[in-house]
Design a protein around this ligand. Structure first.
Ligand code: X8Z
Ligand code: ZN
Length: 647
């Protein structure tokens, strides 16, 4: 059990991200040691725990520290399991009672984790072996949202977390509360209709009616203003908790979990971003021009920022759904994954089976029977659930599950692989001690399933019978465009979400400026803008799952960079010599072994060690993603040559 699944908001534990469930509550994620080059040292010592500085001179011995760690892990593991079950119920049956139960469990877990983190700090000055030191550091950094030691605040934080998660999960948009919107969303039929987020996501993906798109864009965001006071309070309590643990604030704490000092981590993110930015700018320029051709100047101006409702996604974070608008007449994609899924007649469960088969082809153990009995694949009709996809590890052993509201689309087939990546990671590191039952860093956790999904190439689709022939190279550009609309378009979003949160946590942005600061980053990094005027009466960050869900977001940016490094290394291990976008590692023993060995390390070593085990490199390296898209970059530069790019 480690990590529970919870992402529980606030309190936090939860496991790894959307890998709720298991992995430890987010609570623990690690920190640790050293710098990316070499582990050791108290790395982040300059910015991390200054607090609780008891001292070595208390005479604490290495044996004491080890005994303390054994007992701490046992206690946390047990309680994490309780939280996981409470949290599963709260996410799959949203109601007052499940939130009450979850909050209580989270409150207890948080109190224990804070107590243990503070005890761990007593060993700060002790002379310990690197392994013991690493575990203590991870123990101190386990919680995502630590509470201060005050029991009242611990309870309040836990309640806020459950409430926010429930508000997001149960959120709907009912156009009939607003006549204009009702008409836009479908006239008389819309009268009694309320839209779930899943339904709105489908419309955002497929509708080309700008009025309807704008209406849903605005409508969904009505879920968020009531969250704002709760969020403010959550930040206040979480910051107090982080301070008690020796961090200046939550921003420093969140950035201290990457085996390097907090500021070095932020600088590395910027460095990688600068390497991929030319690709993003070229894509932005081309997409803007195509939207302008399709919608005209009124709706989609040829210059400046792109209106955020036109990009095929509620948050404009991935743009693959508007491939039809972006492609040239003669550009053909080798396949339409949604069409293949629909034509194959597969059920939602079959989609998951397809994903499982990929992993087992690489030598992973099949999923346990309980996975199939306990997972949620389809949105229930009779109750509110948190539909945002997540993968859970409830007991740190075999009770792994996914929770999704699957649509039969290519997008969701990819998400199934993403979630299964979490589950297979959780399962393969389940023999590690509790504190190491995590990803090498949280980006690794997010990258596993995506790495596998990069192998969903025509060659693979033919192998599993979804396609008859592997299309010729003339279709490669269309394939790369489809991929870029998801993978490249996402990068600035992946970066800005936590840039916003870091500013909120460190006080640079005050509650009176939350929304303004959000849009400043959206505009600067993504080059998009809100389709209607926004103000502080809005709380647009709250309309994105990971804000009320308190799931750190930098991990997704990391994962986008890492997955291409992983894919490159695995294709090489598989002996593939062609272009990376044509490579699939399906059924490849050598690639499977390499991947499994790295994943089995869990968080037992600093992440550069895990990176090296798989790729031979010890650093994040955006050259893999840049190389993958090189042919597309050449095309985009040609297309953009007479255009004025930028915003
Ligand atoms: O939240 C997720 C996963 C679960 S960890 C579905 N993702 C981010 C998002 O949806 O915003 C995957 C991509 C980014
Ligand atoms: Zn994930």
């Amino acid at each position: 059990m480690k990590k529970l699944a919870l992402v529980i908001a606030a309190a936090t534990l939860a496991v790894a991200g959307c890998d709720r469930g298991t992995d430890k509550p987010e609570v623990l994620e690690s920190e640790v040691v050293t710098t990316a080059e070499n582990a050791s040292a108290d790395a982040a010592a300059d910015q991390a725990p200054a607090a609780a500085t008891q001292s070595a001179s208390t005479g604490s011995s290495s044996a004491d520290a080890k005994a303390f760690l054994d007992s701490a892990q046992e206690r946390l593991e047990k309680m994490a399991e309780e939280v996981s079950h409470a949290s599963w119920v709260a996410s799959t049956y949203i109601n007052m009672d499940s939130q009450y139960t979850e909050a209580l469990a989270v409150e207890r877990y948080t109190a224990l984790a804070v107590e243990l983190a503070q005890e761990a700090a007593k060993f700060d000055g002790a002379d310990l072996d690197p392994e013991t030191r690493r575990m203590l550091t991870m123990l101190k950094q386990g919680l995502v949202f630590p509470a201060p030691k005050d029991p009242k605040l611990t309870a309040e934080l836990a309640q806020i977390g459950s409430k926010l998660q429930g508000m997001y999960g149960a959120g709907k948009y009912c156009p009939d509360q607003n006549t204009d919107a009702k008409a836009a969303a479908g006239g008389a039929d819309a009268e009694a209709k309320c839209y779930t987020l899943t339904e709105m996501g489908q419309i955002m993906a497929n509708s080309r009616d700008p009025k309807q798109l704008k209406d849903l864009w605005v409508g969904w965001r009505k879920v968020a203003p009531p969250m704002k006071p709760l969020y403010e309070r959550q930040v206040e309590i979480g910051n107090a908790g982080a301070k008690e643990l020796g961090y200046d604030n939550l921003s420093v704490m969140w950035r201290s979990k990457y085996d390097m000092p907090a500021d070095a981590f932020a600088a590395d993110m910027d460095k990688q971003w600068n390497k991929v930015k030319p690709l993003y700018e070229a894509l932005h320029c081309h997409v803007r021009a195509k939207l302008n051709e399709h919608y005209g100047d009124e709706v989609a101006p040829a210059t400046g920022k792109i209106p955020a409702h036109l990009l095929g996604n509620m948050w404009a974070q991935e743009w693959g759904n508007i491939y039809d608008i972006v492609k040239d007449e003669d550009m053909q994609a080798p396949y339409d994954l949604t069409q293949l899924v629909v034509d194959s007649g597969m059920s939602e469960k079959d989609m998951v089976k397809t994903g499982e088969t990929f992993f087992t082809s690489l030598g992973f153990k099949p999923l346990p029977e309980t996975f199939w009995e306990r997972s949620q694949f389809v949105q229930p009709r009779d109750r509110d659930v948190v539909c945002h996809a997540s993968a859970w590890d409830l007991d740190g052993k075999d009770d792994i599950r996914i929770k999704m509201c699957i649509n039969k689309t290519g997008e969701d087939l990819i998400t199934v692989h993403h979630e299964l990546g979490h589950n297979f990671y959780q399962r393969i590191y389940s023999d590690q001690p509790f504190l190491y039952k995590e990803g090498a860093n949280d980006g690794f956790h997010e990258a596993v399933g995506d790495t596998i999904a990069l192998s969903i190439t025509p060659k693979y689709l033919k192998q599993i019978g979804l396609m008859d022939e592997i299309p010729g190279e003339d279709k490669d550009l269309g394939y790369l465009m489809q991929q870029a609309l998801d993978k490249i378009a996402f990068l600035p979003f992946g970066l800005m979400v936590d840039k916003w949160r870091w500013q909120v946590f460190n006080g640079e942005v005050q509650p009176g400026d939350y929304n303004k600061a959000w849009w400043k980053l959206r505009e600067e990094y993504q080059g998009i803008q809100a389709p209607v005027a926004r103000s502080e009466a809005n709380f647009d960050p709250g309309a994105k799952y990971h804000i009320p869900g308190n799931t750190p977001y930098a991990r997704y940016f990391l994962a986008r960079i890492q997955q291409f490094q992983f894919h490159r290394a695995l294709c090489e291990a598989a002996g593939e010599t062609g272009p990376l976008h044509r490579c699939s590692i399906f059924k490849n023993e050598a690639a499977g072994k390499k991947l499994r060995n790295m994943l089995a390390m869990g968080a037992s070593k600093p992440w550069p060690d895990a990176m090296e085990a798989l790729t031979g490199q010890r650093e994040l390296d955006a050259s893999a993603i840049v190389d993958y898209f090189q042919p597309l970059m050449v095309y985009l530069q040609e297309q953009n040559k007479d255009r004025e790019c930028g915003w």
